[in-house]
Write a protein that binds this ligand. Structure first.
Ligand code: FES
Ligand SMILES: [Fe+2]
Length: 329
């Protein structure tokens, strides 16, 4: 089975810029390929984690004087992967470690294995909005299909069942008008909620909610925006990166309207509240992954973004459509 085309050619985060040390390279995996990310001075670089000399992993080496040194015979490679020194020799062979394309956006290091890479995806405004308190939360990869995890983040139908009282109160469903739009830009579902939140998480954080929005930023990002009646807004965007087949890493970006609560208090509270939710989602995604067959999924009446997620990933973006329906949320 191959990767969906937009994921195979797409751009994926491999590191938080702030996590890169000036001396220690970082070993990462993307679609099963081993890569090394390092900071050489003010330049950040992604190479295949494979020394062209005898194949040792460069990620076990050290970064010094603007180059990464292989841990075996010490050959040194500049950020473009060119060999610039062979210790003990007067010259260098004309070889290079394979360098990958790189983009630094929203505090992340992104790369692509595509040849050629796809265009860089549009990012949610919240990722660069300095009027909001923002932070990244980046748990480890876990057993999950990438598109299953993306759909899970945008899915309005499971929280009553999987996260009862934390995200949605069971037994208190109310009719909710939902407007769904799709297009080459992605897809969006707007839920007009207009009611007091009954579930723990949202009652504490928001009070009365006016609406929530689930938006697909193709091919691998989902943004959930919760808009409180008093005007505050919380945006949770998760970029899902394909570590390997059935192994997906979430890069979660939280942005919230600045208020009286200090940013670090909000960050601690949001992580604390979302920790059990994350564990519940991970457990279900792991069970789903272990139970996977080649059968196609059924599309249910509440799976309003599912088709768009699958189509964009497979290089077949949706046409412009607009529909309205009632859900009981
Ligand atoms: S294997 Fe890297 S320098 Fe020999
Ligand atoms: Fe969930």
């Amino acid at each position: 089975m191959t990767w969906p085309v937009a994921i195979a050619r797409g751009w994926h985060p491999v590191a938080l810029q702030r996590d890169l040390s000036p001396t220690r390279p970082l070993a990462v995996r993307l679609m099963g390929e081993r890569l090394v990310v390092f900071r050489a001075g003010d330049q950040i670089s992604v190479l295949r984690d494979h020394c062209p000399h005898r194949g040792a992993p460069l990620s076990h080496g050290r970064v010094k004087d603007g180059a990464i040194a292989c841990p075996y015979h010490g050959w040194r490679f500049d950020p473009e992967g060119r060999c610039i020194e062979v210790p003990g020799a007067l010259s260098c062979p004309n070889v290079r470690a394979t360098a990958l394309p790189i983009r630094l956006e929203a505090g992340l290091v992104w790369t692509s294995l595509g040849s050629p890479p796809a265009g860089f995806p549009s990012l949610p405004d919240a990722m660069s909005d300095d009027r909001m308190d923002r932070f990244w939360w980046t748990p480890d990869a876990s057993d999950a299909g990438l598109l299953d995890a993306l759909e899970n983040h945008l899915d309005p139908a499971h929280p009553h069942i999987l996260h009862p009282w934390l995200v949605r109160a069971p037994g208190r469903r109310r009719p909710t008008t939902v407007r769904v739009r799709t297009g080459p830009w992605g897809a969006e579902a707007v839920y007009e909620e207009n009611r007091q939140n009954t579930a723990l998480l949202s009652a504490v954080m928001e009070g009365r909610r006016s609406r929530s929005i689930g938006r697909l930023w193709p091919p691998t990002m989902g943004e959930v925006r919760l808009e409180a009646a008093r005007g505050a807004m919380l945006s949770i965007t998760v970029v899902f990166s394909p570590t390997d087949r059935g192994l997906t890493r979430p890069w979660a970006h939280f942005a919230s309207t600045k208020g009286l609560t200090p940013a670090w208090v909000k960050e601690a509270a949001l992580k604390l509240f979302h920790w059990p939710v994350l564990q519940q989602d991970r457990r279900m995604l792991r069970l789903q992954q272990a139970n996977r067959t080649e059968e196609r999924y059924a599309i249910g009446p509440l799976d309003v973004l599912a088709q768009a997620i699958w189509r964009h990933a497979n290089g077949d973006p949706c046409p412009e459509t607009e529909t309205e329906l009632i859900m009981h949320l």
